[in-house]
Design a protein around this ligand. Structure first.
Ligand code: KG4
Ligand code: ZN
Length: 357
């Protein structure tokens, strides 16, 4: 019997230090043997956001025992690992360098192949860890740094259909939370507060809702929320604003997802209509509920990673590593850390003042 590949994945692009070992069963379905994630929330809380220098130091302090723990928990011996996959970008360069160098060193010492992984491709493939997923599919990435609709033709073949022209959705959640006096990272807290509020209390703007195809914009929301927070006096008003903000995001995504479906079908003409949603914000249950409804209306199959694999983790990095290992797509040990690494390298940059839609 052929030995099934054992892949070590390492992630350190932002404020999570993570390592994971995955393999696959006899049917070729991935199996997560270990998945260790160490969050730095406590390090950055008092600064209201991620401080790159502190994040890098924390990765350096933890990386070896996190990798060691992932190996111990998996029950395999380090010599049995067939390849090492590390995130090489996009992200904070001082943070990326830690996991990338560590992964290269492990690969070198074991004399095994090294695979440089795009963190966003990790999110794109994360649902494969618990469900069957065939190419092509439409992918909505909603994280702290990115908000994009992409058609995914094959491994590493992405075409961007729409992107945010300013803030990412996770960033909008975190900024709104900050304005409401909630500690960083506030995104998950907004979901909790919204449960106690009236979603129709405040009427917030929906920037570029009627133009720009499935491109997105959230910066105008922050300005509107800033004005309202200055007048807010009670906790109930806070809950109402959180609920109204979340409702507005949901309405924007509802409309833009329908546009993305049309664009995807025009471009790909898919036999199966699969819609993958991943990234930190995909953990939001109300957003999930709405996206499942849009899929029902338009005959799409909604596919999400499990909630615990929506945020940054190394199992998704190992998942990309596994696919690339099977295709023998290896990288050299001088592969650079890439702070900017779009999935669709051909797509034009659409951020900043003066963007024409
Ligand atoms: O994918 P991720 O862990 O890191 C990046 O690669 O950016 O996403 C983190 C983002 C943060 O902005 C966080 O506030 C947001 O995802 N987030 C949420 C929820 N859980 C995490 N936003 C809204 N609702 C949630 N339940
Ligand atoms: Zn991420």
């Amino acid at each position: 019997m052929n030995k099934k590949p054992l892949i070590l994945g390492i992630e350190s692009s932002c404020d999570e230090t993570a390592a994971s070992i995955i393999t696959e069963n006899s049917q070729g379905n991935p199996i997560v043997l270990s998945n260790i994630v160490s969050s730095q929330v406590d390090v950055h809380k008092k600064f209201g956001g991620v401080v790159p220098e502190l994040a890098a130091r924390s990765h350096l302090e933890k990386i070896d025992w996190i990798v060691q723990k992932a190996i111990e928990d998996s029950g395999v011996k380090i010599e049995e690992i067939d390849a090492v996959a590390s995130t090489a970008g996009p992200g904070l360069i001082v943070c990326l360098s830690v996991g990338l160098s560590f992964g290269k060193a492990v690969a070198l010492s074991l004399n095994k192949p090294f695979i440089a992984v795009n963190h966003l491709e990790g999110h794109a493939l994360s649902p494969k860890l618990n469900s069957e997923l065939n190419y092509p599919y439409l992918f909505l990435l909603i994280s702290g740094g990115h908000s994009q609709y992409l058609s995914v033709k094959n491994l590493s073949e992405y075409k961007r259909l729409g992107t945010t022209i300013d803030d990412a959705i996770g960033e909008a959640f975190d900024k709104t939370a900050k304005l409401l006096g909630i500690e960083f990272p506030g995104g998950p807290q907004i979901e909790i507060l919204a449960k106690k509020g009236d979603p129709n209390k405040y009427n917030l703007p929906k920037p570029i809702i009627n133009k720009g195809g499935c491109n997105l914009s959230f910066a105008g929301l922050k300005t509107a929320i800033l004005k309202i927070t200055k007048k807010i006096k009670t906790d109930q008003e806070k809950f109402d604003l959180a609920a109204s903000f979340q409702r507005t995001i949901i309405e924007i995504l509802y409309k833009k997802t329908k546009i993305a479906f049309v664009d995807f079908e025009k471009q790909i003409k898919p036999k199966e209509k699969n819609f993958v949603v991943a990234g930190g914000v995909a953990a939001n249950k109300e957003i999930r509920k709405m996206l499942i409804n849009v899929c029902k209306e338009e005959n799409y199959q909604p596919i999400f990673p499990p909630i615990e694999l929506c945020g940054d983790n190394a199992a998704m990095i190992a998942m990309v590593g596994l696919e690339k290992f099977k295709l023998k797509q290896f990288d050299k040990l001088d592969h650079p850390a890439k702070p900017r690494w779009p999935l669709d390298e051909g797509a034009i940059f659409l951020k900043g003042a003066g963007v024409k839609l």
